[in-house]
Design a protein around this ligand. Sequence first.
Ligand code: GUN
Ligand code: ZN
Length: 460
Amino acid sequence: MPDLAPGPVESSCRALRGRAASLSGNPFLVEGCLDHVEDALILIEDGRIASFGPYSDTADRIPPGVSVRHYENALILPGLIDTHVHYPQLQMIASYGEQLLTWLSKYTFPAELEFADQTHAERVAKLFFREILGAGTTTAAVYCTVHPGSVEAFFAESQRFNTRMIAGKVLMDRNAPAALLDTAQRGYDESKALIARWHGRGRQLYAVTPRFAPSCTSAQLDAAGALLREHDGLFLQTHLCETTDEIAWVMDLFPDRASYLDVYARSGLVGPRSIFGHAIHVSEDDFCTCHATGAAIAHCPTSNGFLGSGLFRMFDALDPRRPVRVGLGTDVGAGTSLLLLKTLGDAYKVAALRGTKLDAQRAFWLATLGGAEALRLDDRIGRIADGFEADLCILDLAATPLLGFRTGSCRDIDDLLFVLMTLGDHRMVRATWVAGECVYDRGRPNDPLRYPFPSDGAQP
Ligand code: GUN
Ligand code: ZN
């Protein structure tokens, strides 16, 4: 089978063939949203999906001279979407024994201090892209550090792969080591300069990123609100109600606010492009506010289990009477894996511990179209459908002997998807396509990545 990328390209048309599945609506709200085609043809023109349907019905649309990349014993899915992750924390993922606030000061802040060194930031950014593309993730909402250079390094790497990414400089003007603090004015100025440079450049989008209420003064939160008012289409990402100790601290720091969410609301930070990480210990009022304003929650189950933060109330959040937008986040380095398949397996366990059942269609919606809805990008990513950006993740159904054995006896697509999310394993990811180009191919000789990691031996 010819390898279509990298290499000289005569036309921008690409053709993929194989079994494919994609959600077209929210299965928490409506039934029958799964588009599943046993033998599909996906035609791509200029980075977008031009047609998706059964191979037998659509093969005559393949332009002359375009070879078809046939993925056998595989499943083609939309690229996976991570709605909450910290790329600078790769260095301290899997740090032992603490809950959130001690974990931050003991492990996280020291790792983030190293991003004063631009070379370090560039190395970690490269490693991050290598890891997520090898995990089938094509879009993420990403926290950088307080250093503008950390954002520069991140977006520069994203530009190379042409990935659709949301990221921003962390804002912190208190309760962290002095070398990690900005001020309300400096955070505003630096964010504004980064917005001018990166927001809307290619596929890059900017998120104003106050870390969380305890590390920001009211003046800084107000400055974040001003940035949102002054620019179109910006995102706001922060943390909300992750642990009970954190909530008590917020209520001490902001005694005149009605709730943790109200701290953000009073600075104009709760709106349709706001993404709140965790939201485990929120009230019914908070869910109503998120529903009414269109704000989203990033559910981060591997992180919540690892730090012992609590069990997110997924089915309450998605209650059809006032559904809140919910996506899935890995939250590395508190999360234990960048692989969204594994994160889905943990989301199932969190739901089970709450006495509920997260079925495979709902789970894969969370990792694809649900994530896109949470990020307000559901008109362009998260689906395999005509006109959508051609970000795809191809899973190998026989990546290991056990997987081949187990998937061989799957009765239907629901059964298959559930096995994939439960056994979530990096070896399953056979290829990742970004805007119509194959950027990761497990079988590519020398290096599976389109832009290899520098091999000078000096790993981050
Ligand atoms: N709350 C504030 N900062 C962080 C962080 O880096 N990770 C997590 N999980 N929670 C936070
Ligand atoms: Zn986080």
